[in-house]
Design a protein around this ligand. Structure first.
Ligand SMILES: [Zn+2]
Length: 118
């Protein structure tokens, strides 16, 4: 259940932002979430609704932009995207030169992209 502490940090950031910008209400929070993060989206909204009650961010909607899993081949330099299920198995090869020599460059992000306030 690591969604709860993450959701708390989202709420704190949203409230701070609203205070800093002299806003009355947080409407939307845009979140970028890496596909490799084992986080259940619906739990984030669920926890958020619960812990934001009575705050300036109550009823805010959380929009989640999935961050794809992207690897960069160390041999030919090509970037290629793989799906989450594919990542679990060992047989991923560079589609360009068929090597296994690559580095993960995207897919683990957890960051707030934007906060909409009124
Ligand atoms: Zn390659």
């Amino acid at each position: 259940m690591h969604e709860l502490p993450l959701t708390k940090s989202i709420l704190e950031m949203a409230i701070k932002y609203a205070q800093r910008t002299d806003s009355r209400k947080v409407v939307t929070i845009v979140l970028r979430l890496g596909a490799l993060r084992d986080i259940k989206k619906e739990w984030i909204q669920h926890y958020f609704n619960y812990i934001s009650k009575g705050t300036i961010a109550e009823d805010a909607e959380i929009l989640i932009i999935p961050d794809p899993i992207v690897c960069r081949c160390n041999d030919c330099g090509k970037d290629f995207e793989i799906d989450r299920d594919g990542y679990a198995c060992e047989e991923i090869l560079c589609p360009n030169c068929s090597t296994r020599n690559y580095t993960l460059i995207s897919g683990t992000k957890f960051q707030i992209e934007g906060i909409e306030v009124i």
